[in-house]
Design a protein around this ligand. Sequence first.
Ligand SMILES: C[S@@+](CC[C@H](N)C(=O)[O-])C[C@H]1O[C@@H](n2cnc3c(N)ncnc32)[C@H](O)[C@@H]1O
Length: 203
Amino acid sequence: MKDLSKRQFFDQEARGWDDRYHQDDASQIRKLVDRFDLKPRDWVLDVGTGNGILLPHLFEKVEDEGKIVALDFSWRMVFEAAKVKKTADIYFINACCETLPIKDQTFDCIACLATFAHVNGKSKALNEMSRVLKKGGRLYIAHFLGKKELEQHHRLAGGAVEQDTLPPDSEMREMMEKTGLKDVRIVDQPGLYLASARKSLSC
Ligand SMILES: C[S@@+](CC[C@H](N)C(=O)[O-])C[C@H]1O[C@@H](n2cnc3c(N)ncnc32)[C@H](O)[C@@H]1O
């Protein structure tokens, strides 16, 4: 397992990914998505969509006239996500978030759940996410574990994700602000890491 790349690691995990979530998680996800302040017709990018766990919750908010792009660098994850029942305009992209094949200022909101810790080029990925956000658009980077808990969780998981961590708050804030994001807020508590920001109106 140790010698597999991260992409291969997630390809292998894709089929059983549903089993990772408990029934309680639906309410946890709903509460998180409520914080995204989504409106009908919004365009949303789900970075590291996995098997699409967020998608039904996003549909509920953006409704039929909204657009959702679900992106993951593991094609098997994208394959699983594409099985989610569609109730809104949805596009699936198999790509790395460090180089988004998407034009500038496309989205009202970007959600990145349980993914950012796994991204190797974090600063590059933040640059890209900021680039594809509309002015005033919102970015939410979340994990359902605090930073310390997450480190331990990945150590125990081992393999390609063994070393995956989140940056210290000051570094995260600096990286986000450098890309033109403002109002950076970081919550790091047991059971939740949430870094949120808004793209400057003057960028
Ligand atoms: C732990 S899973 C979380 C999936 C889903 N968001 C969830 O909460 O169930 C992390 C996902 O991020 C994807 N991922 C990791 N690094 C990525 C990158 N650099 N670009 C795009 N996807 C990435 C993995 O393939 C995997 O599907």
